[in-house]
Design a protein around this ligand. Structure first.
Ligand code: OSB
Ligand code: MG
Length: 368
């Protein structure tokens, strides 16, 4: 395909409730959406970077800058681009995986739409609906946490994930376990602990958690190896896993026995499929993480989560868990599952009137 233009949209999406993690509180999502216009049709991609560099080194303004000045010009200058060649064309830029992923996804959307192939078919999906979990933020009080979790249980979610941090861990986990009985439960620390907390984290063992996600900083594989050897709860890496190569290394070193896959974090859905594949070869189950995606990113995540080795429920919640209104048709939970879109490409359509209503500024169009 020839890429004729790259269009950058900035949209502010209000969250239906505050989302607190160990790295801050969010009340809206400032999102960068990318549309590629090609000779075979258009495609959309979503950049999952946050507004500030407090979760990952990438952030929305930085992603927009690197796309504008480096990544988009490389695609616009190429005679022919396919989803399979995007990573190579962009490899001269170090890192910036979330920015690269947004562009690769947009190209993949255009390419598969033109071919009448769904993302699920492209990825090799083996199911037509995926089991869903929900990620629950740190709450002001235990009572408010229980009310929120109770609501999700009533909606049918098949797994609960609690955000934890020092001072908000054993007590909320005990309370939620008491509320939900045997429903699968896991925790996510977003790097808030250190190796000095190993004994404290071992106290989580009594709650029969599916896993503890990323307790230590992303570069620190060694501390996760030590924790995994010391506690019964399986350790699962999120932030640390930047590629299939790193996933294999972390697994072989004993740092992680389950892997959270986020396409943005690994540079796109093609690498996410490779992470899935190497984990399957090593008998390591995976699940699909979330980054508060709009319907654009959610559609792709649901298709990815339909691959065989995604055996644990993902953070693939319904649109309404975060947004009163979605930028595409909303994803709705049916019996604790979301249906994998079947239309060409991502299978969802962007609602242009909402794009205009929520725009932070006019779209920027980049041309060769
Ligand atoms: O660590 O999984 C994470 C949101 C933003 C940044 C990091 C994470 C999260 C979530 C939300 O947990 C998951 C979702 O989108 O449902
Ligand atoms: Mg996480």
């Amino acid at each position: 395909m020839k890429i004729r233009a790259v269009e950058l949209h900035r949209v502010a999406m209000p969250l239906v409730r505050r989302f607190e993690t160990s790295f801050g509180v969010q009340t809206t999502r400032d999102v960068l959406l990318v549309r590629v216009r090609t000779d075979a049709g258009d495609g959309w991609g979503e950049c999952v970077a946050g507004a500030e560099p407090v979760y990952s080194s990438e952030y929305t303004d930085g992603a927009e800058h690197v796309i504008t000045h480096y990544l988009a010009p490389a695609l616009l200058g190429a005679d022919s681009v396919t989803a399979e060649t995007v990573a190579r064309l962009l490899s001269f830029v170090v890192g910036h995986r979330m920015a690269k992923a947004a562009l690769e996804t947009a190209v993949l959307d255009a390419q598969t739409r033109a071919a009448g192939q769904s993302f699920g078919e492209y990825f090799g999906a083996v199911r037509d609906a995926v089991d869903c979990g929900v990620s629950v933020g740190i709450a002001p009080t235990i009572d408010e946490l229980l009310a929120e979790v109770g609501g999700y249980v009533d909606e049918g979610y098949r797994r609960i994930k609690l955000k934890i941090k020092p001072g908000w861990d054993l007590e909320p986990v005990r309370a939620v376990r008491g509320l939900i009985g045997g429903l699968p439960l896991q925790v996510d620390a977003n790097t808030a602990y250190t190796l000095a907390d190993v004994d404290h984290l071992g106290a989580l063992d009594e709650f029969g958690l599916l896993l503890i996600e990323q307790p230590f900083e992303e570069e620190n594989i060694a501390s996760h190896v030590a924790l995994a050897a010391a506690i019964a709860t399986p350790v699962c890496l999120d932030e640390s896993i930047h590629s299939a190569l790193i996933a294999v290394d972390a697994i072989e070193r004993g740092a992680t026995s389950i892997v959270n896959i986020k396409a943005g974090r690994v540079g796109g859905y093609l690498e996410a499929v490779r992470v899935h594949d190497v984990c399957a070869e090593l008998d390591v189950p995976v699940w699909c993480g979330g980054m508060l995606e709009t319907g654009i990113g959610r559609a792709a995540n649901v298709a990815l989560a339909a691959m065989e080795n995604f055996t644990l429920p993902g953070d693939t919640s319904a649109s309404r868990r975060f947004y009163a209104d979605d930028i595409t048709e909303p994803f709705e939970l049916v019996d604790g599952r979301l249906a994998v879109p079947t239309g060409g490409g991502s299978g969802v359509e962007v609602r242009e009137e909402l794009l205009a209503r929520w725009a932070l500024r006019a779209p920027v169009t980049l041309r060769a």
